[in-house]
Design a protein around this ligand. Sequence first.
Ligand SMILES: [Zn+2]
Length: 311
Amino acid sequence: MSHCQKTIKKEVAVAGIGLHCGQKVSMTIRPAREGTGIVFVRTDISSRPEIPARIDNIVDCHFATSIGNGDCRISTIEHLMAAFSGMEIDNAVVEIDGPEVPALDGSAATYVMLFQEVGLKVQNKARRYIEILEEVSFRDGDKKVTLFPADGFYIDFTIDFDHPAINAQRFKGRIDRKVFQRSIARARTFGFLKEVDMLHRNGLALGASLENAVVIGAKTVLNSEGLRFSDEFVRHKVLDLIGDLYLLGAPLKARVKAVKSGHELHCNIMKFLAECPSAWRFTGNDSEYPDSLPRWGYSVGASGYGMAASF
Ligand SMILES: [Zn+2]
């Protein structure tokens, strides 16, 4: 297979408001060498700390996915990570002068446009995939994510909100660059108007508006332009899942079945996978790279997770 690693041909710059912090942030995304992965750098801190986008650096995954290192944190990285994954970009350095990635329009569309404008550079080393060998799942009540062996990357996502503007929605299919660009990248984040006070009291959604989110009222969507897809909500959940899963540090060969899951469950299935060496392997051999996923003694309660046999 001629699947080589890729980076962007030239740097791109973007600025905007963080969805949760409400602060203006500027970001420059630069090309990077083979084997770099995706690395974030906080340029507003004098030591310029570098935080690789990897599962062992996840510090919070409640309302958004945040990575960090000591006191330094970068929040809401999932839409940018989805753009890297969806566009098949392996290596990039993201310089950012604040604590949160800008929300832009609430989707990954701006990144896709910028990456297409500068173009992608095919590098010399082969991509290394994480191939699932055994079914692995993680459950939290009625929410569940399962990874099955597959020859490519497939997602089957079901949501079910007790709200007339959403109800049950399902997206199912193979995810490749074309599908990502056409069907996923433009789907925006969403939130309920009735939750805004609670979120604000918790210091969340301070930058959220009709410009960067689909806002749902008592019965209908409040954005005057309406939805970009009739099932935009589940497509955005697929976008989040793609972004979160890229924190494994390599593209996945798996069929991912997700039911009502969110960032927290996505983080848990990745942490659990790292604890199950027999359930996956890296494709190809390259002694330059580690042959295991980062692990940090993750433990969970008696229920909630399992290999195939326990479900
Ligand atoms: Zn999202």
